[in-house]
Design a binder for this molecule. Sequence first.
Ligand SMILES: Nc1ncnc2c1ncn2[C@@H]1O[C@H](COP(=O)(O)OP(=O)(O)OP(=O)(O)O)[C@@H](O)[C@H]1O
Ligand SMILES: O=C(O)c1ccc[n+]([C@@H]2O[C@H](COP(=O)([O-])O)[C@@H](O)[C@H]2O)c1
Length: 187
Amino acid sequence: MKRIGLLGGTFDPPHIGHLAIADEVYKQLALDEVWFIPSASPPHKPAAHVATKDRIAMLEAAIDCDDRFKLELIEIERQGKSYTIDTLTALIERYPNLSFYFIIGADMVEYLPKWNQVDNLVQLAQFVGVKRPDYQLLTPYPVTLINGPSLDVSSTEIRERLASNQPVHYLVPPKVMEIIKERRLYE
Ligand SMILES: Nc1ncnc2c1ncn2[C@@H]1O[C@H](COP(=O)(O)OP(=O)(O)OP(=O)(O)O)[C@@H](O)[C@H]1O
Ligand SMILES: O=C(O)c1ccc[n+]([C@@H]2O[C@H](COP(=O)([O-])O)[C@@H](O)[C@H]2O)c1
């Protein structure tokens, strides 16, 4: 049975933290692929700061050069609030022969008790929690905890730096930087 990592996110914009955790979990859990799932509408925070088409273009560019990473648009196609319970239910129905590993950073591990139908949700896939600065990697839920590199980078910080004309080179992949510049995102 193929082992698929799922990394859901707002990706507003995608950054090296996303790629590093996908890479780390891929290796530590011997996954076959990692699918990146941009949310249509994040369930727990305000809407993204740029258009969905821009987030998709940036995410495509971010994972383009890595064959292990794929884009999965199931939440964009479904529209509405992107609850993970709906996404996992649909993916399991669509791909009964794959086993899924839902990857979350430590901030989301802390927030997991508030996720929609969390008790059912954690039965649907193996949840995998990854270290992130300033957050506890601790939970009563059955989450596999991974101690990888802990990168102190967030989309919020990148947006703030772009808005105040500070450099973000090396925090986002070069092709993502090109899109940000060409489309004048986050100015
Ligand atoms: N630096 C990081 N280390 C570990 N996990 C991360 C890191 N950045 C993002 N993640 C995880 O990746 C997933 C998607 O994150 P998201 O797209 O919301 O990025 P973000 O940097 O947290 O964004 P924002 O600052 O806008 O809230 C979440 O599970 C989040 O915890
Ligand atoms: O389903 C939920 O209740 C839920 C609550 C918070 C976050 N999530 C998912 O967790 C992933 C990371 O969220 P975010 O907003 O930090 O990008 C993304 O796939 C979200 O849809 C899901």
